[in-house]
Design a protein around this ligand. Structure first.
Ligand code: HEM
Ligand SMILES: Brc1ccc(-c2csc3nccn23)cc1
Length: 394
């Protein structure tokens, strides 16, 4: 397939930017006037939840249809604002709401359908579209936040900066497939070095999480608002979307398995989470592709179905090429190992601290991630699968 027709040569067609990757470039901060009520309510969530008024305000919302929303950026801001309102409405306090009122459920499900997203907050909402430049010097802020002070701002923005650091690899994807096609080994080596350095930049940025995300607040407050209603004992049948479906529906809570950039690295390097013991994690990663904007999911599928970079390198007798490939895999293993240490500090230690205060957590009641996964098993499996992809350099 000539590069011109090769979809990978035109990332912009997938709402992907050459320098920001899957991050939404310059997100809108306001919607057309008739929809601004959604943006205002979502922005006031922390104070309205603090004084227990949030749910009342949601019930006062006007019934709006989404026909006036024009273009991808308005749709993304509308999905983000409606998602924030939905999470706040369901999780405002210990009395969990079983029914999402039609005034929010109907437009939220319609805009979700247009974007190919589920009607629940996803990574593409609160990380990829939830940012603005605060001042010309480039300091950033989030558009929306959750209770817990600056914790959600820190968590979302650090994730965004990791995405931004890793995004420099997206720009070389067309070059990688062109190099495979024309068997240009030197060009392929250069592109692989760019991929490895983008992951190293992402690892450096990751460190900011310790400075900007408080572990207690993350575990006790923010994590609750990112929870979903699939396999969640607090909403055992899921959530009723009034005016949309007669029966309750289940959707997974926020997970960075919804991060396209990480799944893109796996697809590009031919790291397959698919063997028997990896079945659960492979299935979860696959399911999370349905929690990405449809254009990003399509891009991942285009990468997955392109000629295998890994097979080309395995069949090559160029040792340096194998070393450059292994540098990319090693960098990904390092990133996932560092992330595991962070998860231990922010979730496992926090959970054990709480257990010591109460009775011991039984072994089968292991901590679950926001995405509902048995998180350490999932994360270790994903990291180990990545490590297995290393090629023999002899
Ligand atoms: C306080 C910081 C963090 C905590 C507590 C945390 C926790 C978790 C947990 C529990 C999972 C398991 C699946 C899920 O429930 O989502 C996960 C997955 C994941 N997280 Fe984080 N995370 C943190 C920060 C980050 C950051 C800054 C990034 C960078 C983008 C990131 C990227 C990922 C990715 C890509 C996955 C999917 C598994 C993989 O591909 O390795 N996480 N994280
Ligand atoms: Br919704 C939503 C989905 C995912 C995240 C997120 C950013 S980094 C990370 N690791 C686990 C989750 N996660 C935040 C909000």
């Amino acid at each position: 397939m000539a590069l011109l027709e090769n979809p990978l040569g035109h990332p912009e067609k997938f709402h992907i930017s050459k320098d920001l990757g899957f991050i939404l470039e310059d997100p809108l901060e306001e919607l057309p006037d008739c929809y601004q009520v959604w943006v205002r309510l979502a922005k006031n969530l922390p104070s309205l939840i603090q004084n227990g008024q949030f749910r009342e305000e949601v019930k006062q919302l006007p019934e709006l249809n989404i026909s006036q929303l024009q273009g991808h950026k308005e749709q993304r801001l509308a999905h983000l604002a409606l998602a924030v309102i939905t999470m706040g409405y369901v999780w405002q306090d210990s009395e969990v709401m079983q029914v999402l009122p039609r005034k929010i459920a109907v437009p939220f499900c319609e805009i979700s359908k247009q974007l190919g997203l589920p009607p629940i907050m996803v990574y593409a909402d609160c990380v990829l579209a939830n940012w603005k430049k605060k001042d010309p010097s480039g300091n950033m802020d989030t558009l929306f936040a959750f209770p817990g002070g600056d914790c959600s701002k820190g968590f979302f923005l650090v994730s965004l900066l990791v995405e931004k650091a890793a995004a420099s690899a997206i720009g070389v994807i067309p070059d990688i497939f062109e190099a495979i096609k024309s068997k240009n080994v030197e060009s392929l080596k250069e592109s692989l070095r760019t991929v490895a350095s983008s992951v190293h930049k992402a690892i450096e940025v990751f460190d900011l999480v310790h400075k900007h995300v408080n572990p207690n607040v993350f575990f006790d407050t923010l994590r609750i608002y990112l929870s979903g209603w699939k396999n969640n004992p607090l909403l055992p049948n899921g959530l009723i979307y009034e005016g949309v479906w007669e029966t309750p529906k289940m959707f997974c809570g926020g997970s960075a398995a919804q991060s396209s950039i990480m799944q893109c690295f796996d697809a590009l390097l031919g790291i397959q989470h698919s063997s028997a013991e990896e079945k659960t994690s492979a299935k979860f990663l696959e399911e999370m592709r349905n929690y990405m904007p449809s254009s990003h999911k399509d891009f991942l599928e285009a990468v997955t179905s392109s000629p295998s970079v890994r097979d080309f390198i395995i069949s090559s007798d160029d040792i340096k090429l194998k070393k450059d490939y292994n540098e990319c895999v090693k960098a990904l293993v390092h990133l996932r190992s560092y992330h595991l240490q962070v998860v231990a500090k922010y979730i496992i230690n926090q959970s054990n601290k709480q257990d010591n205060a109460k009775e011991k957590k039984s072994s089968d009641n292991q901590e679950k991630g926001t995405g509902g996964t048995n998180l350490m098993t999932f994360l270790k499996t994903v990291r180990n699968t990545t490590e297995k992809a290393l090629l023999k350099e002899s």
